[in-house]
Design a protein around this ligand. Sequence first.
Ligand code: G3P
Length: 224
Amino acid sequence: MALLPPRLFLDSADPADWEQWLPLGVFHGVTTNPLLLDRAGQDCTLANLARLGGRAFDLGAREIHLQVWGDDEDALVTCGRELVGLAPQVAVKVPATDTGLRAARRLLAEEVGVTVTAVYNAGQVLAAAALGVLYAAPYLGRIDDLGRDGTAEVIAMHELLRSTENPTRLLVASLRDWDKVVELAWEGLDTFTISPAVAAAMLDDPDTDDAADAFEEAARRRGG
Ligand code: G3P
């Protein structure tokens, strides 16, 4: 049985999305990567990430995930050091490539919190857990896109971590439907990053709005 509340992240590098969703207090933080920065028209530079990070923390993020970039292992390590230098609550994302894992190992030795991302198979989860990272992030929707059963594979990854009692959290990413989040939560998964579109589908319900309007009308009828 889960002893901790679920941990939700907003998968967006767009401060307009953060302004909309972070004040709800539902999200533990935000996850970003260079593609999301590109989509949001944001520069992938340390200076801009410092500015963006400040904004996310002001809006209530408790943790932000920023991804390294660079041509080789040394560049990834240097970038990771710079990213965590922005704030201790930065989790440094590295892709689950050979180079990424080598960089992760060196960052972990410096006590940097690491997220291994772009995970496509359970072996990579095992590797990330063996390294001792904070999070391993499987891309569920993209695994589905490959014609595989992303949900079943992600549940198997979760069971793998649970059976080894490993503290690495499975941070499920590339989620396209909110009911998938609920389905996975039902299976005991508790850490998800969702796009603003999935957040809207999950949290905006017109029936709830109608119910809230009816409460207000009743309050007004009775002198409120
Ligand atoms: O965080 C993972 C994410 O950015 C990839 O999602 O929807 O492009 O597969 P998607």
